[in-house]
Ligand binder design. Structure first.
Ligand code: UDP
Ligand code: MG
Length: 322
């Protein structure tokens, strides 16, 4: 399938305390969009949508300034900081009825904007979702590279289908977004959810750059939190592992009981303190861990059952068109 029409594109840029970086990157995004418009790849109605994730620095004022300068710039502001995933979701939901395609990417210039050309090619050739995949991690520290590799391995092992080395640089058509809007969960992990929506998809490879300015908001602790959230939101494999562990411990206990009976009847009395204590410690440890993991899921059910809004937009640079 190839498409004939020129699509309207909305770029979605989540920003949290990015006042250092936006003056550098916003002109680059605008130049890129203008280039795409001039080449006839996207329509002139295409937009750059900044999603201010409740920043406490001058980010929102900057966004308002951009919007006043050029009509291609627009912005929405979340009522408070809700995290990167919710910011991207707010942007996607805002855009879904007003465009043909969206591309979400970091606003710090790390995601290579030139990969958009290939993404648009893939869309023109029929893909509805195009995953941006980084093909190197040279610019990252050894620690970030190592933890990131473990992150993807862990996610897959725990039953979360995700595209290796794909973060949130992604082209998504409005057709997919309409279907995605029915995924109503509050705990969201976008890169694991889009593969579940289906539709034809493909990958585009790019080289990730250094941050243009400012510093990362994703330290190891947040990344670990994202992994835990992703797993418990999308997979019940940890609970299955608990079940398997339960079987395993039962089996060992059975062998232990047989051993106890044999020693009892053969008259070898053992000094039983060490073995008893070891078994108690082992069993209690596993029980606590299992309860904790089950508790994670119960907590998630609790949070989901409230049906709280997933984002709240407090300000817009332009009136919402219906
Ligand atoms: N971000 C956000 N809300 C947050 C944290 C980050 O919207 O609570 C945005 C941030 O402005 C950036 C993107 O998410 O555009 C990725 O964050 P960052 O660059 O800090 O992470 P890294 O690229 O180092 O993983
Ligand atoms: Mg970044």
């Amino acid at each position: 399938m190839t498409r004939e029409h020129t699509p309207k594109l909305i770029l979605i840029l989540p920003c949290y305390n990015e006042a250092d970086v936006l003056p550098v990157t916003a002109p680059l995004f605008l130049a890129k969009l203008r280039g795409l418009i001039a080449d006839g790849r996207v329509t002139d109605a295409s937009r750059i949508l900044f999603v201010d994730d409740g920043s406490s620095d001058g980010t929102w004022d900057l966004i308002k300034g951009f919007a006043a300068e050029d009509p291609h710039f627009t912005g929405i502001r979340q009522s408070r900081n809700r995290g990167h995933q919710n910011a991207v979701l707010a942007g996607l939901m805002e855009a879904k009825d007003h465009c043909d395609i969206t591309i979400s990417l970091d606003c710090d210039g790390q995601d290579d904007i030139d990969a958009m050309d290939e993404m648009l090619d893939a869309y023109a050739a029929g893909s509805e979702i195009v995953y941006g995949v980084r093909n190197d991690r040279e610019t990252d520290s050894f620690f970030k590279r190592f933890t990131a590799a473990r992150f993807y391995k862990l996610m897959n092992r725990m039953g979360v289908e995700s595209v290796y080395n794909h973060a949130d640089y992604r082209l998504v058509s409005s057709r997919v977004l309409q279907a995605f809007a029915d995924f109503q969960e509050v705990n969201i992990y976008l890169r694991g959810m889009f593969p579940l929506v289906g539709f034809p998809s493909t990958c585009v490879y790019y080289k990730r750059q250094e941050r243009a300015a400012g510093r990362s908001h994703y330290p190891f602790s947040k990344m670990a939190g994202l992994a835990a959230d992703g797993i418990t939101s999308l997979s019940i494999r940890p609970i299955r592992i608990i079940t398997a562990l339960g079987f395993f411990v039962s089996l060992i206990s059975l062998i232990g009981i047989i051993w106890i009976l044999i020693t009892h009847f053969t008259g070898h009395t053992v000094a039983g303190w060490a073995s008893t204590t070891a078994i108690i410690c082992f069993a209690t440890g596993i029980q606590m861990l299992s309860l904790g993991i089950i508790g994670e899921y119960v907590g998630k059910i609790y949070l989901e059952s409230k049906h709280r809004p997933r984002y709240i937009i407090s300000e817009r640079t332009e009136e919402k068109e219906e």
